[in-house]
Design a protein around this ligand. Structure first.
Ligand code: ATP
Ligand code: MG
Length: 389
């Protein structure tokens, strides 16, 4: 059966052009000339995808997207592509926040529109497949060999790539208990619930954890760190492994961003994790730390392969190249992420992760490659139509 696409645009010429392009490709098309009609046709026509203009009479595109997202249940999700004349990042972010899955800046090439439609239909169509199979339940720890090497950047963007690009269900935990900064990276206020609400409750269960999780616009579920350093001590070494055990049956991946301390809390996380990704950069103090970490992991009896090395900013000039680093460590670097300071810092400062708003950037591509590599380590095949992207 052909997929049905709802076009919401008040410009008759644009409508005609879109309709022609889509019909040529064999799609069924329904048209709405304003936001209110678009919202109403979403209800009566149940389209498989919506092309939504931003500037519309009656309800604008953001309002329509917000209304649809407010009304559709958690089991359904109609993909929305926002059509915008604006070039500014804020406009794109606003569209994505309102619930759009993608955006296109006018004028765009029909081939680009068709490619985006195909990829979104592929991403959302396999929901039944996703729901039908049991979650993979893999716990992954990301651990910085040193402060500031990019552990949080990689944890957040890999989590988003696993969910949005590879169709996995992901829970991201900020395990940097004193100075966790997922709130900053994801533009969330201190009023959001955190791990403190779980560990101070009389008992821990799956329902309590569900209520504390924060849903990010990307679709990743977040467990935030304590809002202040003083409350970090409330989290004891047994808590994160217990939370991980509760989350395993519900998620494909529980990704935990841990800080650089080798204390009981972090050792508990390493014990609970299937794999520990040690994030490093190519400098001497990092290499010294990585060597010590690898020794510790081997004393703990972890199999080789459980600890994997991620070289961040791999192509930055430091005087130590990948070969030198591998030689010094006497082992291979398992993953590399490229250096792109502007992309990384502007995403951080705008609270909009690049994997969410600029997945097609160089940094986005590099993180997707990392996410693909770690997803390959799991035995379960990716949902149909997704791995080919
Ligand atoms: N691949 C990259 N290319 C360029 N800059 C990067 C890259 N990854 C991270 N950065 C930058 O490095 C800085 C530190 O990143 P981040 O906060 O993710 O590191 P961290 O290891 O989690 O730090 P902390 O020890 O504070 O938890 C940020 O300014 C970030 O934008
Ligand atoms: Mg960090």
């Amino acid at each position: 059966m052909a997929a049905k696409i709802l076009i919401v645009d008040d410009d008759a010429n644009v409508q005609r052009l879109l309709q022609y392009t889509l019909k040529q490709e064999g799609y069924d098309v329904v048209n709405a000339a304003d936001g209110a009609e678009g919202f109403q046709l979403w209800g009566t026509e149940a389209p498989d995808l919506i092309l939504l203009d931003v500037l519309l009479p009656k309800l604008d595109g953001y309002q329509v997207a917000t209304k649809i997202r407010g009304e559709e249940g958690s089991a359904s999700h109609v993909p929305i592509i926002m059509l915008t004349a604006e070039r500014e990042v804020e406009q794109k972010v606003r569209g994505l926040r309102a619930g759009a899955d993608d955006y296109l800046i006018k004028p765009f090439h029909p081939a680009e529109l068709l490619a985006r439609i195909k990829s979104l239909l592929a991403r959302f169509a396999p929901r039944d497949v996703l729901l039908a199979r049991p979650p993979m339940g893999r716990v992954l720890a990301l651990y910085g060999a040193k402060g500031g090497v990019g552990t949080t950047t990689i944890a957040i963007n890999a989590a988003i790539a696993l969910h949005r690009e590879l169709g996995r269900k992901v829970c991201l935990v900020d395990g940097n208990l004193q100075f966790g900064d997922h709130r900053v990276f994801l533009d969330l206020g201190l009023d959001r619930k955190s791990i403190v609400d779980i560990v101070t409750a009389p008992s821990m269960d799956a329902e309590l954890i569900r209520q504390v999780l924060v849903k990010h616009d990307s679709g990743v579920d977040l467990l935030l760190a304590p809002p202040s350093p003083e409350s970090a001590d409330l989290v004891r070494s047994e808590h994160l492994p217990m939370i991980a055990d509760h989350q395993r049956p519900k998620y494909d991946y529980v990704v935990i961003d841990v800080d650089k301390r080798l204390d009981d809390v972090n050792l508990g996380v390493f014990e609970a994790a299937e794999a520990v990704f040690v994030v490093m950069t190519a400098d001497l103090s990092c290499l010294k730390n990585v060597r010590l970490i690898l020794e510790t992991m081997s004393h703990l009896g972890y199999p080789t392969g459980k600890t994997q090395l991620v070289l961040n900013r791999s192509n930055a000039f430091t005087g130590i190249n990948v070969k030198n680093a591998e030689g010094a460590l006497k082992r291979t670097i398992d993953h590399q992420v490229v250096n792109e300071y502007r992309g990384a810092i502007s995403a951080l400062n705008s609270g909009a992760p690049f994997m969410f708003t600029k997945a097609d950037s160089v940094l986005g591509g590099s993180l997707l490659q990392f996410a693909r590599a770690l997803d390959k380590q799991a035995a379960v095949p990716a949902p149909a139509g997704i791995s080919a992207r």
